[in-house]
Write a protein that binds this ligand. Sequence first.
Ligand SMILES: *[C@@H]1O[C@H](CO)[C@@H](O)[C@H](O)[C@H]1NC(C)=O
Ligand SMILES: *[C@@H]1O[C@H](CO)[C@@H](O)[C@H](O)[C@H]1NC(C)=O
Length: 835
Amino acid sequence: MSKKDDTFDPASGSAPDLQILGDEITLQPSGYVEPQGGAEGKEQALMHQFASFRSEPLQFLREVSLYVSGQGWRAYDRVVGQPVFYPGFSENMKSMVLSAPLLQQRISQLAENRVTVEEKEGLLNKNDKDYAIKRTQRRSVLESSLQEVAEKLTDDMICKMESKTFIRGAYYLVTQLLTRAYHQGIHVSSEEVLRLRKVADIAAKKKQSIVFLPSHRSHVDYVSLQLICYRLGLTLPVVVAGDNLNFPLVGSFLQHAGAMWIRRSFGDDALYTTLVQSYIDTLLQEGYNFECFIEGGRSRTGKLLPPKFGILSFILDSILSGRVEDTIICPVSTQYDKVIETEGYVTELLGVPKKKENLADFLSGGSSVLSLKLGRVDVRFHEPWSLRKFIDDQLTRLPRIPPGLDTDHRNPEVRAVREKILRTMGYKVLGDINAVSVVMPTALIGTVLLTLRGRGVGKQELMRRVEWLTERVRAKGGRVAHFGSAPLSEIVNRGLEVLGKDLVGVVDGLAEPTYYAVDRFQLSFYRNMTIHLFIYEALVSVAMYTKVKQGGGRAMQDISYKELRDHVFFLSSLFRGEFIFSAAGLETNLETTLRGLENDHVVRLDRDPEGNFTTIGLSDQERKAGRENYDFYCFLIWPFIEASWLAAVSLMGLTPPLEEKEDIWIEQTKAQNSAQMLGKTLYHQGDLSYFEAVNKETLKNSYTRFEQDQIVHVVKSKDPKIPPRIQLDPAWRPSRDPETGALRPDGKLWDFTEKMASARREGKNRRDGATVSSRVLRLTDELGRKLFVDAVEGGKDDKGKGKVPSVLSREEKETLRRSVKDARRRRKAEGRPNL
Ligand SMILES: *[C@@H]1O[C@H](CO)[C@@H](O)[C@H](O)[C@H]1NC(C)=O
Ligand SMILES: *[C@@H]1O[C@H](CO)[C@@H](O)[C@H](O)[C@H]1NC(C)=O
């Protein structure tokens, strides 16, 4: 998404990698040298950068080798940053947190509130002659019990870096485990690591924290970052972890190695919220390094998830309030040849209920994990930046800074500004992560295999396509993992080996070995890691496809700029929760993309005398080359279109049956499960081309988007036992045949699905549009009716208890009415989403 910097960044092309494998750090000679298309300025920048960069890594490596021979780094004695791992660390921390003025104020405020309540309840008598004394006494009793609660909570929450012996042992143990699974070790870019160390030096002097914000696909993410910091002698960050991982033994191990535990949801526990804030304040004031996952949980689909703002908003508060002067943000990308958890993700996404999180399982599954050959881990560090500077920048862009920005969380204007800063920051971090990410060979192979027209691919052709894709990735400013000077065939072989026979099969006994995708669903995880690089081209290509699909002469297949633009806009808005779009805006992005495609000779752009685009078509050259580029882009995005289409079609089933008089609400998870069932059925009957579209996570995303767009409404009850319920907005409902009661293909929702369908890949049932629609509608309707019957008749859970009401209470109706109004207002204010 990021456009390529003008200055040459050695890390993207020719800076050597460092490979960390157990005790060894080896220098990986620079492999791919980026072709620098002649531009002299660039070449000079390269030479310049290179010289200064060269003088340093040697210095650095010399240092490292000293460490290795002299036991130096293993001792973890002279860290860059604040001292950690000493006895008494936790007690110190605890007393700092507990004495934070913010927390003390909150405790007395809560005690005061409680006394007032007790007064009202008549527990304290105002006419009592000792009233004042009693009141004060009562208050201090309450205060000290709150204090006790706070102490207990703090003790459970904070990270306990107590013992150096422990961390040395832990480092050894974990390295053994990790490098056995990832037998090719952890790779970092020497250039980035040097930069990070420099920043860490300065930050340490200023007593500022480095806040690492890594992407999250695996438990291995935080483990490998801890290992790298240890190995480089940086203060290990305190890692925010959800307390669902806090089981006996393992939990305590993690807490002593860097984890802090935090509840998954805070509810409206004011004490707890303040405690977390005080802890984060303290860490940042004292300059301890910190780490949290901006996506919240692990991404199970391979793509980056939209940012979660929970912990970020605490960090923002620390700075906004001035309690912390500044802190350094470092976005981190962690890429894997193979992610340990993918198999588990796949079962989960296909609707097998999620097992309770268990790290012990993870490790004992480890006996096999240990003998796995998962390839390598590549960790990349974005250039760190000052959060204070970022915030100041944002504030200067505001028409006015609302008063009470740091404290007055109730003020809507303050809330809006804070939300805006958080969003901008979140998306900036994700953009940074994408910008430093490297594409692994497994991702290249997965992408190639899933964008083939045919069933399989020969070895030679596979290599050619991997090479071609590598070039495309580079041209988009992406990076491909370094492999020293290994020849392509070796890299491809390695990738195939890591992916394994369960994902990529090979047919022997043919003229040449031919590879094919065995488990397309799991492979799509790897494809999803590259799609962000090509999202614009892909959207343009499928928008063109709406015409290309109709066949006919070439002129017939052209599309007008206006139509193209409309369609691209429609799709980008559909996918706004799915991809991280650059902030440049629809018009600009579309134009840049079209010009790029024209330069690559993929499309032909016609212009009017004023130079404006009029029509767009496939270029002759592209047609002659068998539409290789164009097909690639379409194949990339088709599964996503299919998934959204499925979600939208499933909504048709939420149309109430004719005989239904009441206003029925359906349990949302049930509706989504039913959508998944619909998807599986359609796939097996040939009306859905991609099995991966039957993905729980993607369906959920689509439902969220439909909710934002007010196509459906979702009501969340105050009662935690009642799950969210959903209803199709009346304006979007299709009609029913008054006699048979069958769903008819009409109405707003149907048009909406048809618009998506126009960009779908033509299935084998092409040309029988009417039958498709009646078949699909009948199925959707059948499943929908079951939902209605179920909702009305019992809505009981498996155990036969806990009735979920199918109609709303008066209060819920009122809440709904208000939230609908709010949503309308918000949509207006937000305006149109970006491409
Ligand atoms: C990759 O993303 C697509 C579209 O969201 C989805 O259908 C697919 O299931 C994803 N793959 C995995 C393994 O989650
Ligand atoms: C061409 O584009 C310019 C600026 O975008 C616009 O003002 C002008 O009306 C366009 N001309 C035509 C013929 O559409």
